[in-house]
Write a new protein. Structure first.
Lengths: 255, 269
């Protein structure tokens, strides 16, 4: 099983892209540029370039990235704090368990109308929904991290008479940060998807809103082009996340 | 241990499993919500009190709107999930068993999978218009990926010795798949099926919100636009409960079929 020791998610051999390339080539050859359903791949670029020329594309991309990163930061802070709470206290865990479990089971899409009605069509609503959807993996990982804290570590801090500050900084945090970051790793792709989801449903700014608008106006080539951009975003997020995971693992190994 | 003490211990265990403090917390939070709304302390204009939501739900139940919408969403979700499962497992077997097929397709699958699923809803809308077909297509297309990827990984993780033994026993290819490969890949496939179930429900709701005008998703949006927060909350809670019910059912069934999975990560209580 020597191959198993490679990093868990290395990209499969590139020749595997062949079917996709063949499909696109056939599509380009057979399809029509004016098709309302399946416009040819070459027309996607044209659809995008008009959006890029008048700046709409960049503004939308900026709005999406802003919502994505704001929500991820809020979710990380809130999720870590809540996770530390329910991880440190069995009682809090049992008391909050069912409520959190139910909140987690609510599909993010179902939260959108509530947030719209309570907050309105704005940036705050978007960040709230995305935070709500992405907080769970961070919370669960932080909880697991606290649970797996080595008691000897805490006892050592106590017997060395470290102040609360010092024991947090030197013992607890180094042990917890990797766990929280692994939660962020899972949360980041979700955050992007939910950001797009909110934008598609509510049409409040960003790439998602642009996709929904193009679809409504039957600008098929634009829809496909924008989805390509969304795919690129998600590829970038996945890449960043993989890098994050690698660095966390490396730090873990070196300790 | 006497019979009666066994019964009481079982009852005690059931009580402990019921998590009384957890339910109490839920009730307290609901009560707090009720009080805050009653006394107008919250700044939210459209936040109904839990009692108002309950009355809304009762009205919807009596008129049959809730059941009708629930039934539609449930039907589409399970149908889409089943189709996605079948598609994912059969394709996964194919790609997992043949190294060549895997090498010449996996990268494409990874690329396709990276496309955020919700962004495909507009395409489905373009192609199929506002219809059930659009809803089903999007569910199957999105939910099939986790099953496919997990089936491939599961098949590829079956130990080579087991495959060798099956070959030595001269099992036919079909018997080999049925008796060795599938059981070995099952834990991984079940994980994929679970992911697919929650995805199916999410996508059904999304598709109903912006595409197919029926089911719970559409009902939520309609209630929101009609400024009927009680109805909206009732529908949202129904969606949540449907999610919990489907998840629990699947967990129960998979624990029955595969006892080793019952204590998987996330199931610890």
């Amino acid at each position: 099983m020597a191959t198993r020791s490679r990093p868990a998610r290395s990209f499969p051999p590139l020749r595997g892209l062949l079917p996709l390339v063949v499909l696109l080539v056939i599509w380009q050859a057979v399809g029509s540029e004016r098709s309302p359903y399946f416009p040819t791949p070459s027309s996607w670029v044209g659809g995008l370039s008009t959006l890029a020329a008048n700046g709409t594309l960049w503004r939308a991309a900026e709005a999406t990235l802003l919502t994505f990163s704001m929500a991820l930061v809020v979710a990380t802070v809130l999720g870590a704090l809540l996770g530390l709470l329910v991880g440190a206290s069995k009682r809090a865990d049992r008391a909050l368990g069912p409520t959190l479990e139910f909140a987690r089971a609510l599909p993010p899409a179902a939260i959108v109308p509530i947030a719209v009605l309570l907050i309105g069509y704005d940036q705050r609503m978007k960040v709230t929904v995305v935070t709500f959807a992405t907080i769970w993996p961070i919370l669960l990982n932080a909880r697991a991290g606290v649970r797996s804290l080595n008691p000897v570590l805490l006892d050592t801090a106590k017997s060395l008479h470290l102040s609360w500050m010092d024991s947090t900084r030197k013992c607890t945090m180094p042990a917890l940060v990797p766990a929280i970051l692994l939660g962020v790793r899972v949360a980041a792709p979700v955050a992007l998807v939910i950001t797009l989801l909110v934008e598609i449903i509510t049409r409040v700014g960003g790439l998602g809103a642009l996709i929904a608008l193009s679809q409504r106006n039957y600008l098929s080539a634009q829809v496909y082009g924008l989805i390509l951009v969304a795919g690129l975003f998600s590829f970038m997020v996945n890449g960043l996340v993989a890098a994050l995971e690698a660095s966390v693992l490396r730090r873990r190994m070196s300790r | 241990m006497t019979r009666s003490s066994m019964v009481t211990s079982r009852r005690r265990k059931a009580l402990r499993r019921a998590n009384v403090p957890g339910l109490l917390t839920m009730l307290v939070l609901l009560g707090l919500w009720e009080i805050l709304v009653r006394f107008g302390v919250t700044e939210f204009q459209f936040l109904p009190a839990p009692s108002a939501i309950a009355r809304g739900a009762e009205r919807l139940l009596r008129s049959g709107d809730l059941q009708g919408n629930l039934l539609h969403t449930l039907r589409v979700t399970t149908l889409g999930w089943l189709a996605a499962g079948l598609l994912g497992i059969s394709l996964g077997l194919l790609l997992g068993l043949s190294n060549t097929a895997w090498r010449y397709s996996m990268a494409s699958i990874e690329v396709m999978r990276a496309i955020p699923p919700v962004s495909l809803v507009p395409i489905a809308l373009l192609v199929f218009g506002f219809s059930v077909r659009m809803e089903l297509t999007i569910i199957v297309f999105v939910s099939a990926w986790p099953v496919l990827v997990n089936a491939i990984a599961g098949v590829r993780s079956v130990r080579a010795e087991l495959v060798d033994v099956s070959r030595m026993l001269r099992l036919s290819r079909l018997a080999q798949i049925r008796k060795v490969i599938l059981p070995g890949a099952m834990p991984s496939i079940v994980v994929g099926l679970r992911l697919a179930m929650s995805l199916s429900l999410v996508l059904a709701v999304v598709a109903e919100m912006i595409g197919n005008p029926s089911g719970l998703g559409h009902a939520v949006i309609r209630a929101q636009q009609a400024l009927q927060p009680e109805d909206m909350f009732a529908y949202v809670l129904t969606i949540g409960m449907l999610g919990v019910a489907l998840n629990t059912l699947l967990r129960f069934v998979s624990a029955r079929v595969l006892p080793s999975l019952a204590t998987g990560p996330g199931d610890a209580r």
